[in-house]
Design a binder for this molecule. Structure first.
Ligand code: ATP
Ligand code: MG
Length: 189
């Protein structure tokens, strides 16, 4: 599951958990982006902060892990590179699933090397409040649409809430509230 995770929240974690259960996955690898090429217009928190928050939020789940492939690769992050690297690390016999929310799934065909993406992974689109989930025309058999419990949480709103002094308790794991405060993240928009 790729994401900016700025910060990681319970919407991400529920999506990962539901997909893992549905497909009986051995592991969910969270991959925080390095520099997301689609988010150049706003200042994204330091990759190291986003990586550490992802580690904190996933640490208690034995099936969740975090990969540094995107954080450590210089330049903007493209999912094609993420999938190539993960596939190389885990080996050719491993079946990969790429987990997205409805908004991200709709954008996939515009991603770099879209054709090769579908050779490397099966795509899973999860329902997300405020977005309509539909197959944007991916190759036959390469995508599954999955209904998951609706959590109307976004990282953008979490950042805005912190900037306004509003609570984000229970939208993100407790350790993430504490990490954001400790590092003074998002206090100005
Ligand atoms: P931002 O508001 O900064 O874009 P975000 O909440 O959308 O943050 P991302 O890191 O951009 O989080 O998303 C990573 C992946 O998680 C995407 O595929 C996105 O669609 C999915 N996702 C995020 N929030 C939810 C949610 N509440 N329910 C289902 N999927 C989600
Ligand atoms: Mg997003």
């Amino acid at each position: 599951m790729g994401g900016t995770f700025d910060p990681i929240h319970h919407g991400h974690l529920v999506a990962a958990s539901e997909v893992a259960h549905h497909f009986d996955l051995d592991e969910v690898v969270f991959v925080p982006t390095g520099r997301p090429y689609q988010k150049v217009e706003r200042v994204v928190s330091a990759a190291e902060d986003r990586y550490l928050m992802t580690v904190i939020a996933t640490a208690s789940n034995p099936r969740f892990s975090v990969s540094r492939v995107d954080v450590d690769r210089p330049g903007p992050t493209f999912t094609i590179d993420t999938l190539r690297d993960i596939s190389e690390i885990y080996g050719p016999e491993v079946e990969l699933y790429f987990i997205t929310g409805a908004d991200a799934l709709g954008a996939i065909l515009g991603w770099q090397n879209a054709d090769e993406l579908f050779e490397l992974a099966h795509f899973v689109g999860c329902t997300r409040p405020g977005h309509t989930l539909h197959d944007p025309g991916l190759p036959q058999g390469k995508v599954t649409l999955l209904e998951i419990p609706a959590l109307a949480i976004s990282s953008s709103e979490c950042r805005q809430r912190v900037a306004k002094g509003e609570p984000i308790w229970y939208l993100v794991p407790d350790g993430i509230v504490q990490y954001i405060n400790k590092r003074g993240l998002y206090h100005t928009e």
